[in-house]
Design a protein around this ligand. Structure first.
Ligand code: FMN
Length: 184
């Protein structure tokens, strides 16, 4: 069987299954280049939070976007290594806090696993009880709808139930692995 035949997808075979079957028989994929190229897509940064009994939980998440207007849905992508996301999923309600330009330190603090990320952090309960962090640019309160397997991450759909914005603030931006500000 030629390499081309081995690399060809079976009719109707889904891509990921084909990738698994090939077990990397394809040309090695340059993940560093992938990060470098995708890093040129500038984004905002969020911290996704929930309240688990009395305890706040949260993690930094850049992979966030609006998905649907009616019904109002958003999408986010927690990594399979995240220890916070499974706890948030169990709670089933969360708040996506969109960070403001002066919140780089907060972003970094919530990007480290373990420890008490909320120590010294100002927050109040959002309508759904999840921590709404002080000083954020915007927030979206969600109910967890579904999670889909997506390689080394999950694709999570949230139903938006409440939201707000502080229009006088500006966003924290993430571009090429670094943080920036938006100058209109
Ligand atoms: C700027 C930035 C963006 C990040 N975006 C994501 C993301 O979209 N999805 C994700 O799972 N982790 C992302 N992380 C890493 C997580 O924040 C980190 O792995 C996580 O907080 C680990 O904590 P946990 O174990 O409490 O979940 C990002 C980190 C940084 C610094």
């Amino acid at each position: 069987m030629s390499t081309e035949e081995r690399d060809a997808d079976e009719p109707g075979e889904d891509l990921l299954a084909a990738e698994g079957r090939r077990g990397g028989h394809r040309r090695p994929f340059d993940t560093a280049r992938f990060r470098e190229v995708l890093g040129h897509f500038p984004t905002g940064v969020t911290i996704v939070t929930a309240i688990e009994g009395p305890e706040p939980v949260g993690f930094t998440c850049q992979a966030f976007a609006s998905l649907s207007l009616d019904p109002p849905l958003v999408v986010l992508a927690p990594g399979k290594g995240s220890t916070s996301w499974p706890r948030i999923a169990t709670v089933g309600r969360f708040c996506v806090n969109v960070l403001a330009e002066d919140q780089e330190a907060l972003c970094r603090d919530f990007a480290v696993s373990g420890g008490d990320k909320f120590a010294g952090v100002g927050w109040r309960p959002a309508g759904n009880g999840a921590p709404l962090l002080e000083g954020v640019l915007a927030w979206v309160e969600c109910r967890f709808v579904e999670a889909y397997d997506a390689g080394d991450h999950e694709l999570v759909v949230g139903l938006v139930e409440e939201m707000g914005v502080e229009p006088h603030r500006r966003p924290l931006l993430y571009y090429r692995g670094g943080f920036g500000r938006f100058e209109p």
